[in-house]
Design a binder for this molecule. Sequence first.
Ligand SMILES: [Fe+2]
Length: 264
Amino acid sequence: MLKFLVLSDLHLVDENETSHGLDTHLRMQKAVDWINAYHKDADFCVLAGDLADVGFKGATDPYHRLKALVDQLDMPCHITIGNHDNRDTFVSIFGEDRRAETGCIDKVVDAKGYRVILLDSVVEGDDHSHGGQLSQRQLDWLEARLAEHDGPVVVILHHHANPLHVRVDRIILEDGEAFAKVLKTHKDVRQVIAGHVHFTSCGLWHGIPFTTLAGNHYNVTVPLEVSAKVDRLWGPAQMAVVLGNADQTLVHFDNYLEGNAVLG
Ligand SMILES: [Fe+2]
């Protein structure tokens, strides 16, 4: 049985700083301790972006602090980035080999008959946007990676692609339809897992299961009325635990920090 963990939205900060009043580094340390205590049997873990809180504004220390946290894990840690990150900063600290031939932080991980594909959905440059994008080059790369694998596939990226019909859809993956069309070229895509939205959701879109997880940072209330106020909540902070064999792919949501007080 394949077992891997997905964590997202770490939003790490400089030493002695917080984000929305939360010590995100301490929270991530709890996640690492939780993994080492309860998930030692996992094959690997995945970080699905928003590693730093303000990497896109030039912060570098959070990536060094992340590297020290990752070094505490007894398993491989595969990483992609999110809209709060900076691609060049990330590779300057984690290594140029984290960049795929697409130029982005994309990756293929093959394990126990599964292919797990990480995609970097970040838009950088003058048009930096908190929305997401996959370039045509990435979509072509994805189609090729899907075509060469017969077995089950799980795809992980930072941005949600399926509309969730809440306000956060303003920063959804652009042209999710093109992404779904490529996914549909494969007969056995078991899950598409994203972070970004800071809440948990499960859906079936274009016949493919799409999941979002709440991450390491604040959780949010999910008003279905798009103009309603969204409250930030202290927690829970959670990781997804993915179990997979030939018959089933299962996603558990494991809360490593409990509590849902509204943040001021
Ligand atoms: Fe994000």
